[in-house]
Design a protein around this ligand. Structure first.
Ligand code: ZN
Length: 252
């Protein structure tokens, strides 16, 4: 299916990473007719927060798989690969096998751009760190002519401040161990419509909506600061890479 080649490939660890972390980037592409695919390493079965009411912890893999399916539709993803590495145990899994599987998918989908977690794992989540390292290795192993551009999700100062302020709203602990970057390479700024579309995708992950994600809805400036800005670091670029518009150069 030639029309499903090219575009964007996200390589994430948990169902919800794609919407919460890179929903705006995906929407920028899919709304402009550029295909986007997702690899998700785990079913997120460790993220049990007692939701939805009446559900049991052992239902969570099935619940999260369904939520991911809904979010994929909201983001207009062309395909989702949901793998069953253990949530919280990606780093203990066979790194070579994961790298090989990512490499095979890059070879099959031929994305122009791969987006993954950086060494900071966003907020240090070991699954993110491990998945990011495997993604970097898989991209590096592609022969030069086939190698897509590679970007990492990043946290910059305003985004770090957003998390602190948002979590303060619900009195959540000390926040996340964020490592904000002084300088990012691509900053995608979403307009109000795009923030709403991204929110719709995030909201599909009903089992994972912490109190602060609900509380920020009464604070439009926080919504814009947190959901309306997506910073990325360029690890290796080639033309056409991402532009300031958040789109692959050839479509910008
Ligand atoms: Zn995650």
């Amino acid at each position: 299916m030639e029309e499903h080649k090219g575009g964007l490939l996200l390589v994430m660890a948990h169902p919800d990473d794609e919407s919460m972390g890179a929903g705006g980037l995906v929407l920028r592409h899919t709304r402009n007719g550029v295909v986007a695919h997702l690899i998700c390493a785990t079913y997120g079965e460790a993220g049990w927060m007692g939701n939805p009411p009446g559900a049991k912890a052992e239902d969570l893999p099935e619940i999260r798989a369904r939520e991911l399916e809904e979010a994929a539709a909201a983001l207009a993803l062309s395909g989702v690969e949901l793998w069953d590495y253990p949530d919280g145990g990606v780093a203990r899994s066979d790194q070579q096998e994961i790298t090989q599987r990512i490499w095979e998918h890059i070879g099959k989908l031929r994305p122009r751009v791969v987006v993954g977690w950086g060494p900071d794992g966003g907020y240090g989540h070991p699954d993110h760190v491990a998945m990011g390292a495997c993604t970097d290795a898989a991209v590096a192993a592609m022969t030069e002519g086939d190698r897509p551009a590679l970007y990492h999700l990043a946290v910059d100062k305003p985004l770090a401040e957003f998390y602190q302020e948002a979590m303060r709203l619900t009195g959540s602990a000390d926040g996340l161990p964020l490592q904000p970057q002084d300088k990012v390479d691509v900053l995608i700024e979403l307009d109000a419509d795009e923030v709403m579309m991204k929110l719709r995708a995030i909201d599909c992950h009903r089992s994972q909506l912490e109190g602060w994600r609900i509380a920020i809805r009464d604070h439009p400036h926080l919504m814009q600061q947190g959901y309306g800005r997506e910073p990325y670091i360029a690890v290796s670029t080639r033309t056409p890479g991402l532009t300031d518009k958040g789109l692959l150069g050839e479509f910008a």
